[in-house]
Design a protein around this ligand. Structure first.
Ligand SMILES: Nc1ncnc2c1ncn2[C@@H]1O[C@H](COP(=O)(O)OP(=O)(O)OP(=O)(O)O)[C@@H](O)[C@H]1O
Ligand SMILES: [Mg+2]
Length: 481
């Protein structure tokens, strides 16, 4: 439905560029309504009408110097000097007598006066009335309009997606329901537009529901970790909305939600500090994500003390990696290089890092994601790039050297992993993992078993039913651990 009738009504009646105020005229187009045209012309044409009336009256009465004049008290009047007083006809109504002249009005002049002086008010009122009529007519057709709007919206969305796909060399993704995310030469659709000369470096992403569930991404500041993770999230999102994606090929598993924890922010007004916001978001993710979700976790644990942060990050990865607890596909960027120790300790965790080249004291960003973990963040070099005074960066270097001596990482290697999937024998101490430690997570997830027990109606349970129920409950728990 092209709504031709309504288009015509609007284009005939409403000016292209109407004012914001609706009751001050200037809305209705010339030629739409004769009365509007007349009122609009009244001001400019008024002088001609008066001149015409003046000539007519002179001819009718023979008063040669009859003049139409105006003052604020009487409005328009006809003035006749005393010498012509005897020629004044009956239908003239005297308004005022001066020393050498008389002033009169006649009905035609009064009408003209009304038209000229009242034109503006009348015009505004009439324009608003006509506008309201147009509006009401359109209002009655709202169902038709909405239907057309919906169709256009769809067309707009699809053709826009098609256009950007064509303009930016996107490919049509394959979709799967096996939980596989396999992107070849993926790009960030926005960042690639911001970088001149096609300098954006593309990267692959491979995640599945088995051994490639969690990627821990390390690498220097500014290397491109956040960009890489977000490009993956965007490609998955784009594929799911039916768009082509920025990659050379992509096979995308349907995800139920994409959760992100990105950047530092606070919400002081509602009583949330930076770290509190971060942890609230983490809590929300851990509680609501499923094994069908995609998680983008950009530097969890940064807003608190190093050991607290690292420990939280570590525990979060353990929790996510355990398919009985969560098991979501996850990209996890971090500067806690100690977390790369989890590869090998947990079987579905894999290390990736973003390659850089060291050149003397400088670093060259290669932007390419490769297998393996980084052990340096080059934070001090990046601080220097950003313009932090050299005395500060020099001193930072001294301090870092001293800290390295303390060998925090050495201790981290000793930490054992919680959870069942940590089954790779690579881990030194894994055999000794104390399963009792898992109770922290157990209690959360076994709530349903407890609930079932609580809700058992023992009074109406036969002994054999009780035995069966016990058997089922025990099986439930066995399947978990
Ligand atoms: N694949 C890429 N190709 C070209 N430029 C890139 C690429 N990835 C990132 N960049 C550029 O590098 C900048 C920094 O990237 P990003 O913020 O992802 O780094 P990061 O590793 O997350 O750093 P930090 O650890 O400081 O958060 C981006 O703003 C972008 O301009
Ligand atoms: Mg980042």
């Amino acid at each position: 439905d092209t709504l031709g009738d309504l288009c015509k009504l609007v284009s005939d009646s409403i000016k292209e560029d109407p004012p914001i105020a609706m009751k001050e005229g200037g809305i209705i187009k010339d030629g739409y309504n004769a009365e509007v045209d007349k009122l609009r012309n009244a001001k400019s044409d008024g002088k001609d009408w008066l001149a015409k009336l003046e000539t007519e009256e002179r001819e009718k009465t023979g008063i040669k110097n009859l003049r139409i004049k105006y003052n604020k008290v009487f409005g328009y009047y006809l003035e006749v000097t005393n010498s012509f007083k005897n020629l004044v006809p009956d239908y003239y109504t005297r308004k005022q007598t001066l020393a050498n002249a008389e002033r009169y009005i006649i009905p035609e002049l009064k009408e003209l006066e009304d038209t000229i002086l009242g034109a503006e008010d009348k015009l505004y009122a009439l324009e608003y009335q006509l506008y309201s009529e147009v509006r009401d007519t359109i209002g009655k057709e709202v169902v038709r309009i909405q239907k057309t709007a919906k169709a256009i919206a769809k067309l707009d969305a699809f053709s826009s997606l098609a256009l950007v796909a064509e303009q930016n060399n996107y490919v049509r993704p394959k979709m799967n329901d096996k939980g596989l995310i396999d992107i070849k030469d993926g790009r960030h659709p926005v960042v690639e537009k911001m970088i001149s000369n096609d300098m954006f470096i593309c990267n692959d992403t491979y995640l599945n529901d088995k051994k490639e569930r969690i990627s821990i991404i390390t690498g220097p500041n500014m290397a491109g970790k956040s960009t890489y993770m977000r490009q993956t999230a965007l490609i998955v999102l784009m594929a799911q909305i039916g768009s082509f994606v920025p990659a050379s090929s992509a096979n995308i598993g349907v995800v139920d939600r994409i959760f992100t924890r990105v950047g530092a922010s606070d919400d002081l007004a509602s009583g949330q500090s930076t770290f509190m916001v971060e942890m609230t978001e983490v809590a929300n993710i851990l509680r609501n994500a499923t094994n069908k979700s995609l998680l983008i976790l950009d530097e969890i644990g940064r807003g608190t003390s190093t050991f607290d942060g690292l420990s939280i990050a570590w525990a979060v990865i353990e929790y996510i990696s355990n398919s009985k607890l969560l098991g979501a596909k996850t990209l996890f960027a971090t500067h806690y290089h100690e977390l790369t120790e989890l590869e090998g300790k947990i079987e579905n965790v894999n290390n990736y890092c973003i390659a850089v080249k060291e050149k003397g004291d400088d670093i060259i960003f290669l932007r390419k994601i490769v297998k393996g973990g980084a052990d340096k963040s080059y934070g001090i070099q990046v601080a220097r790039l950003a313009g932090v005074p050299q005395s500060v960066t020099d001193r930072a270097k001294e301090i870092v050297e001293e800290l390295v001596q303390a060998d925090v990482t050495g201790k981290i290697k000793e930490i054992e992993v919680q959870g069942q999937e940590a089954s790779k024998p690579k881990a030194k101490h894994f055999d000794e993992v104390d399963l009792a430690q898992m109770s922290l997570f157990d209690t959360v997830k076994d709530d349903d078993v407890i609930k079932e027990i609580k809700e058992l109606d023992l009074a109406n349970l036969t002994p054999i039913d009780a035995l069966n129920t016990l058997y089922q409950l025990q099986n439930k728990l066995k399947n978990r651990w």
